[in-house]
Design a binder for this molecule. Sequence first.
Ligand code: UD1
Length: 338
Amino acid sequence: MKILVTGGTGYIGSHTVVELQNKGFEVVIVDSLFNSTADIADKIGMITGTKPTLEVFDLCDQEKTADFFKRHNDLRGVIHFAAHKAVGESVEKPLMYYRNNLESLINVMQGMTDNNIQNIVFSSSCTVYGQPDELPVSEKAPIKKAESPYGNTKQIAEEIISDTVSSGDLHSIALRYFNPIGAHETALIGELPIGVPNNLVPFITQTAIGLREQISVFGDDYNTPDGTAIRDYIHVVDLAKAHVIAIDRMINNKMKKDFEIFNLGTGNGYSVLEVIQSFEKVSRLKLNYKIVGRREGDIEKVWANPDFSNKELGWKAEQGLDEMIASSWKWEQELRSK
Ligand code: UD1
């Protein structure tokens, strides 16, 4: 059972390739390597015993993408991760984000429909909910106007998929991720942010290891118990496992609708200060942090209602905050020890 994983050398993609191979799927990765490196395929091979095939090209290249699908018309499904994902950068370079994230999706779906490949799992985001009116947020919550071009590409992508599914050519599952953190237990793969990290946990671990002097906590005047913003952090391996279940559900015709949407979160919200406390506990270090003003565009609090995913997919996030933070810390230490 051959599966294409686009963006398979990236953070969530690489962990998903491992879980797919562990379940006996054959994986072909397509990645442009704009934000990852080819040696990730070797690392995956070290974990699973099988190095996945890696083809390096940009899925925005229509000809190359069409040629790829002609050569791989025996694919049983596609998991589409490949995309740009930096919120701030998307505000600076909106056209780059719309072009990259949407052209690649369109080319992939064209290649699929031309070759009668029907199943696509799409990487979506809880960003589509904005600041939800009700918490925890379920899949039925309304989509709010996107805060950034990045967020808008996820909303538009879901619409493009929905329309294509309605035309009868494809089946799809969109997975809306909350905040993925953590790394593989082997510490061979993890998140590799280029330059100064935007996200909380890489910033914490880079500060603790000495790469950054201090971490800023963006705002302590939110309407939350300790005043700092709340998110639903989920271990990347838990997230990866949900993709295997999703692709299996499609291949084995277990879908209830031709386009299904699932939240991937734990259902637990933690504040920025709780994440820092967890880090200090598991690392036995004191973190140098200071409270500063709010970050523009941030929402106050969001966490998932994962009931629908738990029930329909038979999936549940298993790892708790301390375990997740410990694996991020192990990965950071491993990375810098070389
Ligand atoms: C962000 C994006 C989201 C995207 C996700 C990808 C925004 C508004 N949202 O989520 O669309 O899918 O990244 O990973 O950008 N924080 C600090 N100090 C830091 C960094 C973060 O206090 O140095 C706080 C933030 O204010 C936030 C929380 O930590 O309250 C989590 O931030 P982050 O990891 O960047 O994720 P999101 O902003 O939730």
